[in-house]
Design a protein around this ligand. Structure first.
Ligand SMILES: C[S@@+](CC[C@H](N)C(=O)[O-])C[C@H]1O[C@@H](n2cnc3c(N)ncnc32)[C@H](O)[C@@H]1O
Length: 304
């Protein structure tokens, strides 16, 4: 496939390799919008008070801070849902200060939220869990031979690991999780259930090699998918499977898409790794209707 075509339709390998980080985090842009909004709103309120002699109520200045910050957020290309959040944030903070909630409550809440949503600010991956119907569909994708190795990247509290371990007691099931409180949930579940074929690891999955696994599963967000695909492509063996719940890799159409029969209409995108031309002109996405199904259930057999 021509290199030029690839460049216009797909991310470059540098873009693919680029992982999400603090500099691109929306929170930094929100903070910058609020600082500028605060300077303009309170500067304007001070000026108005000097001209008219009538003091502008703080709550009105805070509201204007939010509106200005919301408008600046558009220039910073923040997603639209940040607009109401940005508007409400300053007056809500002012109100919370007025009713004088003790400082430790905020600190405690902040610490708990950080320990749960560890990856939201940088990786932009929140915590939501895979449902049972989807786990059943994943179980069908494991190689039928004895002892396949499965990895859940960002395993949460183990919603995939434990039901899968029951369905496939012969499989080696591993989960990596970096959010400390969430990991603790999975770790407790492991020790309380006494499951012997599950391992949970507290770590950042970007630091781990994927080469040992037959099936790697990710339920993350759109942001890490291009660099994750790049990593999987480099590290996973020929014929093994990368499965993404809900999130595509632009420019790299999956080999198969499974529509799970659940309430949220989950889609599992499946790439069979190694030795295939991947770049396409249509920018990627779901596999075409009527596409020849790959015999994906045997993934990894050739490596056994
Ligand atoms: C959407 S949840 C999915 C949880 C679980 N895999 C499931 O399907 O039920 C994503 C999880 O990935 C974790 N995560 C995100 N980035 C990570 C990273 N770089 N290393 C380890 N865990 C990560 C988050 O903390 C979160 O628990």
């Amino acid at each position: 496939m021509a290199e030029d075509t690839a460049k216009t339709t797909s991310p470059t390998s540098a873009e693919l390799a680029e992982r999400p980080g603090w500099l691109k985090a929306p929170l930094l842009r929100v903070l910058a919008s609020q600082i500028v909004g605060s300077a303009l709103a309170f500067g304007g309120a001070g000026l108005l008070t000097q001209i008219t002699g009538v003091p502008v109520p703080v709550i009105i200045a805070l509201l204007f801070q939010g509106i200005i910050a919301g408008a600046i957020g558009f220039f910073f290309k923040l997603p639209n849902w940040w607009l109401p959040v940005q508007i409400v944030l300053p007056p809500a903070t002012g109100w919370a200060l007025l009713i004088s909630i003790p400082g430790w409550v905020y600190l405690g809440l902040f610490v708990v939220l950080v320990l749960i949503y560890w990856n939201s600010a940088t990786n932009r991956v929140p915590l939501y869990l895979t449902n049972r119907q989807t786990v059943d569909a994943i179980a069908d994708l494991l190689p039928v031979r004895e002892g396949p190795k499965f990895l859940d990247l960002g395993c949460g509290t183990g919603s995939v690991l434990f039901p899968l371990a029951i369905q496939r007691p012969d499989a080696k099931i591993v989960g990596i999780e970096s959010a400390p409180l969430v990991f603790l949930g999975a770790w407790l579940r492991l020790h309380l259930s006494g499951t012997s074929n599950v391992r949970v690891i507290l770590d950042d999955f970007w630091k781990r090699d994927l080469g040992a696994y037959d099936v790697v599963y990710a339920f993350l967000s759109p942001v890490p998918m291009p660099p994750l695909y790049h990593k999987a492509d480099r590290e996973m063996r020929k014929g093994t499977l990368l499965i993404s719940n809900s999130f595509i890799v632009p420019g790299y159409p999956p080999d198969e898409t499974i529509n799970v029969d659940d309430g949220r209409k989950t889609k599992l995108f499946i790439w069979k790794m190694g030795g295939k031309p991947v770049l396409q002109q249509n920018g990627g996405g779901e596999a075409e209707e009527g596409e020849e199904p790959d015999n994906i259930g045997d993934g990894g057999q050739e490596n056994s």
